[in-house]
Design a protein around this ligand. Structure first.
Ligand code: ATP
Ligand code: MG
Length: 463
Protein backbone atom coordinates (compact mmCIF):
# COMPACT_ATOMS: atom_id res chain seq x y z
CA UNK A 1 0.00 0.00 0.00
CA UNK A 2 2.83 2.39 0.88
CA UNK A 3 3.96 2.01 -2.73
CA UNK A 4 0.58 2.84 -4.17
CA UNK A 5 0.54 5.89 -1.94
CA UNK A 6 3.88 6.89 -3.42
CA UNK A 7 5.48 7.15 0.01
CA UNK A 8 7.53 3.92 0.02
CA UNK A 9 10.94 5.57 -0.55
CA UNK A 10 10.29 8.35 2.02
CA UNK A 11 9.29 5.80 4.67
CA UNK A 12 12.36 3.67 3.90
CA UNK A 13 14.61 6.75 4.23
CA UNK A 14 12.93 7.75 7.52
CA UNK A 15 13.47 4.27 8.93
CA UNK A 16 17.11 4.35 7.83
CA UNK A 17 17.67 7.71 9.59
CA UNK A 18 15.92 6.43 12.71
CA UNK A 19 18.23 3.46 12.80
CA UNK A 20 21.23 5.77 12.75
CA UNK A 21 22.12 6.02 9.07
CA UNK A 22 22.72 9.73 8.52
CA UNK A 23 23.67 9.71 4.86
CA UNK A 24 22.81 12.79 2.81
CA UNK A 25 20.58 10.96 0.33
CA UNK A 26 18.09 9.89 3.00
CA UNK A 27 17.61 13.49 4.08
CA UNK A 28 17.12 14.52 0.46
CA UNK A 29 14.51 11.79 -0.01
CA UNK A 30 12.63 12.81 3.11
CA UNK A 31 12.69 16.55 2.27
CA UNK A 32 9.89 18.23 4.25
CA UNK A 33 7.97 15.01 4.68
CA UNK A 34 9.01 14.16 8.26
CA UNK A 35 5.41 13.67 9.23
CA UNK A 36 4.51 11.54 6.21
CA UNK A 37 3.42 8.51 8.22
CA UNK A 38 1.15 10.55 10.49
CA UNK A 39 -0.28 12.48 7.55
CA UNK A 40 -0.86 9.30 5.61
CA UNK A 41 -2.49 7.56 8.55
CA UNK A 42 -4.73 10.59 9.14
CA UNK A 43 -5.74 10.73 5.50
CA UNK A 44 -6.49 7.00 5.39
CA UNK A 45 -8.48 7.22 8.61
CA UNK A 46 -10.52 10.08 7.26
CA UNK A 47 -11.44 7.94 4.29
CA UNK A 48 -12.48 5.02 6.45
CA UNK A 49 -9.35 2.87 6.14
CA UNK A 50 -8.48 3.01 9.84
CA UNK A 51 -8.26 -0.77 10.14
CA UNK A 52 -5.96 -1.27 7.20
CA UNK A 53 -2.22 -1.34 7.96
CA UNK A 54 0.21 0.35 5.54
CA UNK A 55 2.03 -2.87 4.67
CA UNK A 56 -1.06 -4.67 3.27
CA UNK A 57 -0.82 -5.96 -0.30
CA UNK A 58 -3.12 -4.30 -2.77
CA UNK A 59 -4.87 -7.41 -4.13
CA UNK A 60 -6.03 -8.29 -0.62
CA UNK A 61 -8.10 -5.11 -0.28
CA UNK A 62 -11.84 -5.11 -0.89
CA UNK A 63 -13.31 -3.23 -3.86
CA UNK A 64 -14.25 -0.19 -1.79
CA UNK A 65 -10.94 -0.10 0.06
CA UNK A 66 -9.03 0.11 -3.23
CA UNK A 67 -11.03 3.17 -4.28
CA UNK A 68 -10.52 4.97 -0.96
CA UNK A 69 -6.81 4.17 -1.09
CA UNK A 70 -6.52 5.61 -4.60
CA UNK A 71 -8.11 8.84 -3.45
CA UNK A 72 -5.84 9.05 -0.42
CA UNK A 73 -2.83 8.59 -2.73
CA UNK A 74 -3.90 11.56 -4.84
CA UNK A 75 -4.67 13.80 -1.86
CA UNK A 76 -1.30 13.10 -0.26
CA UNK A 77 0.41 14.60 -3.29
CA UNK A 78 -1.27 17.92 -2.40
CA UNK A 79 -2.21 18.67 -6.02
CA UNK A 80 -3.72 21.93 -7.33
CA UNK A 81 -6.16 20.08 -9.53
CA UNK A 82 -7.85 16.83 -8.59
CA UNK A 83 -9.22 14.62 -11.37
CA UNK A 84 -11.51 11.79 -10.23
CA UNK A 85 -13.03 9.10 -12.42
CA UNK A 86 -16.10 7.50 -10.79
CA UNK A 87 -14.75 7.94 -7.25
CA UNK A 88 -17.78 6.51 -5.44
CA UNK A 89 -18.06 3.24 -7.33
CA UNK A 90 -17.86 0.37 -4.86
CA UNK A 91 -18.11 2.66 -1.84
CA UNK A 92 -20.65 1.92 0.85
CA UNK A 93 -22.87 4.68 2.16
CA UNK A 94 -20.57 5.54 5.02
CA UNK A 95 -17.45 5.65 2.84
CA UNK A 96 -19.38 7.75 0.34
CA UNK A 97 -20.20 10.32 2.97
CA UNK A 98 -16.59 10.39 4.12
CA UNK A 99 -15.54 11.08 0.55
CA UNK A 100 -18.15 13.83 0.21
CA UNK A 101 -16.75 15.41 3.38
CA UNK A 102 -13.16 15.22 2.16
CA UNK A 103 -14.10 16.79 -1.17
CA UNK A 104 -16.11 19.49 0.58
CA UNK A 105 -12.96 20.57 2.43
CA UNK A 106 -10.87 20.43 -0.70
CA UNK A 107 -9.88 23.92 -1.80
CA UNK A 108 -8.31 23.19 -5.16
CA UNK A 109 -9.95 22.69 -8.48
CA UNK A 110 -11.92 19.48 -8.81
CA UNK A 111 -13.02 17.80 -12.02
CA UNK A 112 -14.84 14.53 -11.69
CA UNK A 113 -16.73 12.01 -13.76
CA UNK A 114 -19.53 10.22 -11.96
CA UNK A 115 -22.96 8.66 -12.13
CA UNK A 116 -23.54 9.24 -8.43
CA UNK A 117 -26.37 11.76 -8.18
CA UNK A 118 -25.68 12.69 -4.58
CA UNK A 119 -22.08 13.53 -5.48
CA UNK A 120 -23.04 15.40 -8.64
CA UNK A 121 -25.44 17.47 -6.58
CA UNK A 122 -22.45 18.82 -4.67
CA UNK A 123 -20.80 20.27 -7.76
CA UNK A 124 -20.86 23.92 -8.89
CA UNK A 125 -21.05 23.18 -12.58
CA UNK A 126 -21.98 20.21 -14.74
CA UNK A 127 -20.28 19.64 -18.07
CA UNK A 128 -21.87 17.27 -20.51
CA UNK A 129 -19.82 15.47 -23.11
CA UNK A 130 -21.77 14.12 -26.05
CA UNK A 131 -21.84 14.15 -29.81
CA UNK A 132 -18.30 15.46 -29.82
CA UNK A 133 -19.19 18.56 -27.81
CA UNK A 134 -18.59 19.69 -24.27
CA UNK A 135 -21.37 21.82 -22.88
CA UNK A 136 -21.35 23.52 -19.51
CA UNK A 137 -24.35 24.09 -17.27
CA UNK A 138 -24.17 26.29 -14.19
CA UNK A 139 -25.42 24.74 -10.95
CA UNK A 140 -25.60 21.21 -9.60
CA UNK A 141 -27.02 18.02 -11.08
CA UNK A 142 -30.61 18.71 -10.10
CA UNK A 143 -30.40 22.09 -11.84
CA UNK A 144 -28.82 20.40 -14.84
CA UNK A 145 -31.58 17.77 -15.03
CA UNK A 146 -34.17 20.51 -14.81
CA UNK A 147 -32.49 22.44 -17.64
CA UNK A 148 -32.25 19.31 -19.76
CA UNK A 149 -35.89 18.48 -19.17
CA UNK A 150 -36.97 22.01 -20.12
CA UNK A 151 -34.76 21.95 -23.24
CA UNK A 152 -36.15 18.55 -24.17
CA UNK A 153 -39.71 19.86 -23.88
CA UNK A 154 -38.90 22.81 -26.12
CA UNK A 155 -37.16 20.48 -28.59
CA UNK A 156 -40.16 18.15 -28.66
CA UNK A 157 -42.47 21.06 -29.29
CA UNK A 158 -40.21 22.33 -32.06
CA UNK A 159 -40.23 18.90 -33.67
CA UNK A 160 -44.03 18.76 -33.54
CA UNK A 161 -44.29 22.25 -35.07
CA UNK A 162 -41.74 21.42 -37.74
CA UNK A 163 -43.67 18.25 -38.62
CA UNK A 164 -46.85 20.27 -38.98
CA UNK A 165 -45.03 22.74 -41.17
CA UNK A 166 -43.72 20.03 -43.49
CA UNK A 167 -47.26 18.66 -43.79
CA UNK A 168 -48.68 22.09 -44.52
CA UNK A 169 -46.06 22.91 -47.15
CA UNK A 170 -46.65 19.56 -48.83
CA UNK A 171 -50.40 20.15 -48.84
CA UNK A 172 -49.92 23.59 -50.32
CA UNK A 173 -47.63 22.24 -52.99
CA UNK A 174 -50.24 19.61 -53.88
CA UNK A 175 -53.03 22.18 -53.97
CA UNK A 176 -50.95 24.54 -56.14
CA UNK A 177 -50.32 21.67 -58.56
CA UNK A 178 -53.97 20.82 -58.75
CA UNK A 179 -54.85 24.49 -59.34
CA UNK A 180 -52.22 24.76 -62.05
CA UNK A 181 -53.54 21.59 -63.73
CA UNK A 182 -57.08 22.92 -63.60
CA UNK A 183 -55.99 26.28 -65.00
CA UNK A 184 -54.05 24.61 -67.74
CA UNK A 185 -56.95 22.48 -68.89
CA UNK A 186 -59.43 25.41 -68.73
CA UNK A 187 -56.98 27.58 -70.62
CA UNK A 188 -56.56 24.88 -73.24
CA UNK A 189 -60.33 24.64 -73.65
CA UNK A 190 -60.73 28.40 -73.84
CA UNK A 191 -57.98 28.72 -76.33
CA UNK A 192 -59.55 26.10 -78.50
CA UNK A 193 -62.91 27.84 -78.31
CA UNK A 194 -61.37 31.25 -78.96
CA UNK A 195 -59.87 29.86 -82.17
CA UNK A 196 -56.60 31.75 -81.72
CA UNK A 197 -53.80 31.23 -84.14
CA UNK A 198 -51.70 28.20 -83.19
CA UNK A 199 -48.64 30.24 -82.66
CA UNK A 200 -50.34 32.59 -80.18
CA UNK A 201 -52.03 29.68 -78.40
CA UNK A 202 -48.71 27.87 -78.13
CA UNK A 203 -47.07 30.94 -76.57
CA UNK A 204 -49.82 31.32 -74.02
CA UNK A 205 -49.64 27.64 -73.14
CA UNK A 206 -45.88 27.77 -72.72
CA UNK A 207 -46.03 30.75 -70.43
CA UNK A 208 -48.75 29.08 -68.36
CA UNK A 209 -46.58 25.97 -68.06
CA UNK A 210 -43.57 28.05 -67.09
CA UNK A 211 -45.43 29.87 -64.36
CA UNK A 212 -46.80 26.55 -63.05
CA UNK A 213 -43.27 25.19 -63.10
CA UNK A 214 -41.96 28.20 -61.14
CA UNK A 215 -44.70 27.89 -58.58
CA UNK A 216 -43.92 24.20 -58.28
CA UNK A 217 -40.24 24.96 -57.68
CA UNK A 218 -41.05 27.55 -55.02
CA UNK A 219 -43.25 25.05 -53.20
CA UNK A 220 -40.69 22.27 -53.49
CA UNK A 221 -38.06 24.61 -52.05
CA UNK A 222 -40.39 25.48 -49.18
CA UNK A 223 -41.02 21.80 -48.47
CA UNK A 224 -37.33 21.04 -48.39
CA UNK A 225 -36.67 24.03 -46.12
CA UNK A 226 -39.37 22.76 -43.78
CA UNK A 227 -37.75 19.31 -43.87
CA UNK A 228 -34.39 20.84 -43.03
CA UNK A 229 -35.96 22.64 -40.06
CA UNK A 230 -37.49 19.35 -38.94
CA UNK A 231 -34.08 17.65 -39.15
CA UNK A 232 -32.56 20.43 -37.11
CA UNK A 233 -35.32 20.27 -34.51
CA UNK A 234 -34.79 16.47 -34.40
CA UNK A 235 -31.09 16.89 -33.76
CA UNK A 236 -31.81 18.99 -30.69
CA UNK A 237 -33.83 16.07 -29.30
CA UNK A 238 -31.88 13.65 -27.18
CA UNK A 239 -32.15 10.02 -28.01
CA UNK A 240 -30.50 8.15 -25.24
CA UNK A 241 -29.10 4.77 -26.16
CA UNK A 242 -30.29 2.04 -23.87
CA UNK A 243 -29.23 -1.53 -23.40
CA UNK A 244 -32.24 -3.66 -24.13
CA UNK A 245 -32.15 -6.91 -22.30
CA UNK A 246 -34.24 -9.98 -22.16
CA UNK A 247 -32.65 -12.63 -20.04
CA UNK A 248 -32.74 -16.29 -21.00
CA UNK A 249 -35.56 -18.10 -19.25
CA UNK A 250 -34.79 -20.35 -16.32
CA UNK A 251 -37.17 -22.02 -14.01
CA UNK A 252 -35.94 -23.04 -10.63
CA UNK A 253 -38.35 -25.24 -8.67
CA UNK A 254 -39.34 -23.57 -5.41
CA UNK A 255 -38.06 -26.37 -3.19
CA UNK A 256 -34.68 -26.88 -4.84
CA UNK A 257 -31.67 -26.05 -2.68
CA UNK A 258 -29.15 -24.22 -4.84
CA UNK A 259 -26.63 -23.57 -2.14
CA UNK A 260 -26.19 -24.71 1.41
CA UNK A 261 -23.36 -23.39 3.55
CA UNK A 262 -23.01 -24.18 7.23
CA UNK A 263 -20.62 -22.55 9.67
CA UNK A 264 -18.50 -21.28 6.80
CA UNK A 265 -15.25 -19.75 7.92
CA UNK A 266 -12.63 -17.88 5.91
CA UNK A 267 -9.31 -16.80 7.33
CA UNK A 268 -7.09 -14.11 5.86
CA UNK A 269 -3.75 -14.52 7.58
CA UNK A 270 -4.46 -14.48 11.29
CA UNK A 271 -7.82 -12.88 10.93
CA UNK A 272 -11.07 -14.84 10.79
CA UNK A 273 -13.43 -12.96 8.54
CA UNK A 274 -16.63 -14.32 10.04
CA UNK A 275 -17.47 -14.23 13.73
CA UNK A 276 -17.80 -17.26 16.00
CA UNK A 277 -18.22 -20.57 14.21
CA UNK A 278 -18.74 -18.83 10.87
CA UNK A 279 -21.80 -17.94 8.82
CA UNK A 280 -24.73 -20.02 7.53
CA UNK A 281 -26.52 -19.42 4.27
CA UNK A 282 -29.12 -21.40 2.34
CA UNK A 283 -30.44 -20.37 -1.06
CA UNK A 284 -33.60 -22.25 -1.95
CA UNK A 285 -35.71 -21.93 -5.10
CA UNK A 286 -35.82 -18.75 -7.18
CA UNK A 287 -34.91 -16.48 -4.29
CA UNK A 288 -34.03 -12.87 -5.04
CA UNK A 289 -31.49 -11.87 -2.46
CA UNK A 290 -29.76 -8.55 -1.76
CA UNK A 291 -26.53 -8.70 0.18
CA UNK A 292 -25.76 -5.48 2.01
CA UNK A 293 -22.93 -4.48 4.31
CA UNK A 294 -20.09 -2.00 4.70
CA UNK A 295 -16.89 -2.03 2.66
CA UNK A 296 -14.62 -4.85 3.72
CA UNK A 297 -17.38 -6.83 5.47
CA UNK A 298 -16.79 -9.86 3.27
CA UNK A 299 -19.58 -9.63 0.69
CA UNK A 300 -17.35 -10.44 -2.29
CA UNK A 301 -15.77 -13.25 -0.30
CA UNK A 302 -19.21 -14.73 0.39
CA UNK A 303 -20.08 -14.63 -3.32
CA UNK A 304 -16.83 -16.44 -4.10
CA UNK A 305 -17.78 -19.10 -1.57
CA UNK A 306 -21.16 -19.56 -3.23
CA UNK A 307 -19.57 -19.68 -6.67
CA UNK A 308 -16.95 -22.20 -5.60
CA UNK A 309 -13.90 -20.02 -6.35
CA UNK A 310 -13.11 -20.32 -2.70
CA UNK A 311 -13.61 -23.21 -0.30
CA UNK A 312 -14.28 -22.41 3.35
CA UNK A 313 -11.64 -23.35 5.86
CA UNK A 314 -14.23 -24.41 8.37
CA UNK A 315 -17.80 -25.69 8.03
CA UNK A 316 -19.21 -27.22 4.89
CA UNK A 317 -20.90 -26.28 1.66
CA UNK A 318 -23.14 -28.04 -0.86
CA UNK A 319 -23.67 -26.62 -4.30
CA UNK A 320 -26.45 -27.86 -6.61
CA UNK A 321 -25.54 -28.95 -10.13
CA UNK A 322 -26.45 -26.33 -12.74
CA UNK A 323 -24.87 -23.16 -13.96
CA UNK A 324 -24.08 -20.21 -11.74
CA UNK A 325 -23.37 -16.90 -13.49
CA UNK A 326 -20.90 -14.77 -11.58
CA UNK A 327 -20.22 -11.12 -12.31
CA UNK A 328 -17.20 -10.27 -10.22
CA UNK A 329 -16.61 -6.82 -8.82
CA UNK A 330 -13.26 -6.56 -10.59
CA UNK A 331 -14.75 -7.45 -13.96
CA UNK A 332 -11.89 -9.85 -14.56
CA UNK A 333 -13.88 -12.53 -16.32
CA UNK A 334 -13.11 -11.54 -19.88
CA UNK A 335 -9.93 -12.16 -21.79
CA UNK A 336 -8.50 -8.67 -22.30
CA UNK A 337 -6.60 -9.58 -25.47
CA UNK A 338 -9.60 -11.03 -27.20
CA UNK A 339 -12.30 -8.96 -28.82
CA UNK A 340 -15.79 -8.50 -27.46
CA UNK A 341 -17.16 -10.86 -30.13
CA UNK A 342 -14.53 -13.52 -29.38
CA UNK A 343 -15.24 -13.37 -25.67
CA UNK A 344 -18.93 -13.90 -26.28
CA UNK A 345 -18.15 -16.79 -28.64
CA UNK A 346 -16.26 -18.46 -25.79
CA UNK A 347 -19.13 -17.92 -23.32
CA UNK A 348 -21.94 -18.85 -25.67
CA UNK A 349 -20.46 -21.21 -28.28
CA UNK A 350 -23.82 -22.70 -29.19
CA UNK A 351 -25.35 -19.39 -30.22
CA UNK A 352 -25.25 -18.80 -34.01
CA UNK A 353 -22.97 -15.95 -35.09
CA UNK A 354 -25.86 -13.78 -36.29
CA UNK A 355 -27.58 -14.09 -32.93
CA UNK A 356 -24.37 -13.24 -31.10
CA UNK A 357 -24.03 -10.06 -33.16
CA UNK A 358 -27.64 -9.30 -32.47
CA UNK A 359 -27.10 -9.76 -28.77
CA UNK A 360 -24.01 -7.53 -28.77
CA UNK A 361 -25.96 -4.85 -30.61
CA UNK A 362 -28.46 -4.91 -27.75
CA UNK A 363 -25.54 -4.26 -25.42
CA UNK A 364 -24.67 -1.31 -27.71
CA UNK A 365 -21.71 -2.93 -29.45
CA UNK A 366 -22.27 -2.31 -33.11
CA UNK A 367 -20.16 -2.36 -36.27
CA UNK A 368 -16.42 -2.31 -35.73
CA UNK A 369 -16.78 -1.99 -31.95
CA UNK A 370 -17.50 -5.70 -31.55
CA UNK A 371 -13.98 -6.35 -32.83
CA UNK A 372 -12.20 -4.21 -30.23
CA UNK A 373 -10.07 -6.04 -27.69
CA UNK A 374 -11.73 -5.89 -24.28
CA UNK A 375 -8.55 -4.36 -22.82
CA UNK A 376 -9.16 -1.01 -24.55
CA UNK A 377 -12.80 -0.61 -23.50
CA UNK A 378 -14.04 2.06 -21.09
CA UNK A 379 -15.33 0.99 -17.67
CA UNK A 380 -18.96 1.14 -18.78
CA UNK A 381 -18.22 -0.76 -22.00
CA UNK A 382 -16.27 -3.43 -20.16
CA UNK A 383 -19.22 -3.89 -17.81
CA UNK A 384 -21.65 -4.18 -20.71
CA UNK A 385 -19.42 -6.74 -22.44
CA UNK A 386 -19.06 -8.73 -19.22
CA UNK A 387 -22.80 -8.60 -18.57
CA UNK A 388 -23.47 -9.92 -22.08
CA UNK A 389 -21.08 -12.84 -21.56
CA UNK A 390 -22.20 -13.64 -18.02
CA UNK A 391 -25.92 -13.39 -18.59
CA UNK A 392 -26.04 -15.22 -21.90
CA UNK A 393 -23.46 -17.91 -21.30
CA UNK A 394 -24.89 -21.40 -21.81
CA UNK A 395 -26.77 -23.04 -20.33
CA UNK A 396 -28.97 -20.32 -18.84
CA UNK A 397 -27.94 -19.73 -15.24
CA UNK A 398 -30.20 -20.89 -12.43
CA UNK A 399 -28.34 -18.67 -9.99
CA UNK A 400 -26.74 -15.31 -10.70
CA UNK A 401 -24.19 -13.69 -8.44
CA UNK A 402 -23.79 -10.01 -9.22
CA UNK A 403 -21.17 -7.99 -7.39
CA UNK A 404 -21.93 -4.28 -7.76
CA UNK A 405 -23.43 -4.59 -11.24
CA UNK A 406 -24.45 -0.95 -11.60
CA UNK A 407 -21.00 0.53 -11.18
CA UNK A 408 -20.05 2.33 -14.37
CA UNK A 409 -23.49 1.99 -15.92
CA UNK A 410 -25.20 5.22 -16.85
CA UNK A 411 -28.60 5.88 -15.36
CA UNK A 412 -30.51 4.82 -18.44
CA UNK A 413 -28.73 1.47 -18.62
CA UNK A 414 -29.30 0.87 -14.92
CA UNK A 415 -32.99 1.13 -15.74
CA UNK A 416 -32.61 -1.54 -18.42
CA UNK A 417 -30.70 -3.87 -16.14
CA UNK A 418 -33.48 -3.36 -13.61
CA UNK A 419 -36.14 -4.43 -16.06
CA UNK A 420 -34.12 -7.43 -17.25
CA UNK A 421 -33.54 -8.65 -13.69
CA UNK A 422 -37.16 -7.91 -12.96
CA UNK A 423 -38.14 -10.44 -15.64
CA UNK A 424 -35.51 -13.07 -14.72
CA UNK A 425 -37.05 -16.23 -13.26
CA UNK A 426 -34.03 -17.79 -11.56
CA UNK A 427 -32.36 -17.04 -8.25
CA UNK A 428 -29.90 -14.23 -7.67
CA UNK A 429 -27.71 -12.71 -5.01
CA UNK A 430 -26.86 -9.08 -5.72
CA UNK A 431 -24.37 -6.97 -3.83
CA UNK A 432 -25.06 -3.30 -4.31
CA UNK A 433 -24.91 -0.08 -2.36
CA UNK A 434 -27.66 1.32 -4.56
CA UNK A 435 -30.80 0.79 -2.51
CA UNK A 436 -33.12 2.15 -5.13
CA UNK A 437 -31.78 -0.37 -7.65
CA UNK A 438 -32.29 -3.21 -5.17
CA UNK A 439 -35.87 -2.21 -4.53
CA UNK A 440 -36.58 -1.90 -8.24
CA UNK A 441 -35.35 -5.40 -9.09
CA UNK A 442 -37.90 -6.82 -6.65
CA UNK A 443 -35.53 -8.28 -4.12
CA UNK A 444 -37.48 -10.21 -1.53
CA UNK A 445 -34.83 -11.35 0.85
CA UNK A 446 -32.45 -8.89 2.43
CA UNK A 447 -29.23 -10.02 4.09
CA UNK A 448 -26.73 -7.86 5.89
CA UNK A 449 -23.14 -8.86 6.49
CA UNK A 450 -21.56 -6.81 9.19
CA UNK A 451 -18.97 -7.41 11.87
CA UNK A 452 -18.60 -10.99 10.73
CA UNK A 453 -22.29 -11.88 11.04
CA UNK A 454 -24.81 -12.56 8.33
CA UNK A 455 -28.33 -11.56 9.35
CA UNK A 456 -31.72 -11.33 7.68
CA UNK A 457 -32.76 -7.70 7.63
CA UNK A 458 -35.67 -5.59 6.47
CA UNK A 459 -35.66 -3.61 3.25
CA UNK A 460 -34.20 -0.12 3.58
CA UNK A 461 -36.51 2.88 3.32
CA UNK A 462 -36.26 4.32 -0.12
CA UNK A 463 -38.32 7.38 -0.84
N1 ATP B 1 -6.44 -12.35 0.03
C1 ATP B 1 -6.68 -11.58 1.10
N2 ATP B 1 -5.76 -11.42 2.08
C2 ATP B 1 -6.01 -10.61 3.15
N3 ATP B 1 -7.17 -9.95 3.34
C3 ATP B 1 -8.10 -10.06 2.41
C4 ATP B 1 -7.93 -10.87 1.23
N4 ATP B 1 -9.05 -10.80 0.49
C5 ATP B 1 -9.90 -9.98 1.15
N5 ATP B 1 -9.32 -9.53 2.30
C6 ATP B 1 -9.95 -8.66 3.31
O1 ATP B 1 -11.15 -9.28 3.73
C7 ATP B 1 -12.16 -8.31 3.95
C8 ATP B 1 -13.39 -8.67 3.13
O2 ATP B 1 -13.13 -8.49 1.76
P1 ATP B 1 -14.28 -8.50 0.67
O3 ATP B 1 -13.65 -8.19 -0.64
O4 ATP B 1 -15.05 -9.77 0.78
O5 ATP B 1 -15.19 -7.28 1.20
P2 ATP B 1 -16.52 -6.63 0.59
O6 ATP B 1 -17.58 -6.74 1.63
O7 ATP B 1 -16.80 -7.22 -0.73
O8 ATP B 1 -16.12 -5.10 0.49
P3 ATP B 1 -16.46 -3.97 -0.65
O9 ATP B 1 -17.80 -3.41 -0.34
O10 ATP B 1 -15.42 -2.91 -0.42
O11 ATP B 1 -16.33 -4.60 -1.99
C9 ATP B 1 -11.55 -6.96 3.60
O12 ATP B 1 -11.14 -6.33 4.79
C10 ATP B 1 -10.36 -7.30 2.75
O13 ATP B 1 -9.37 -6.32 2.88
MG1 MG C 1 -16.70 -6.44 -2.61
Amino acid sequence: MAEVLGIGPVIAALHAIESGDASEEHFTTVGDDWDIEERTRAQLDRLGLEDVPLDRRLHTLSGGQVISLGLAAQLLKRPDVLLLDEPTNNLDLEARHKLYGVLEDWNGCLLLVSHDRALLDRMDRIAELGRGELRFHGGNFTAYEEAVRAAQEVAEKNVRNAEQEVKREKREMQQARERADRRASTAARNLKNAGLARIVAGGLKRSAQESAGRSNETHAARVSEARARLDEAGRALRDEQKISLELPGTNVPAGRTLFLGERMQVRYGERALFAGDGVDLTIRGPERIALLGPNGAGKSTLLRLINGDLEPEGGQVKRAAGRVAYLSQRLDLLDLDRTVAENLAVSAPGLPEAQRMNLLARFLFRGARVHLPVGVLSGGERLRATLACVLFAEPAPQLMLLDEPTNNLDLVSVGQLESALGAYQGAFVVVSHDERFLTDIRVHRWLRLSEGRLLETSPPDVD
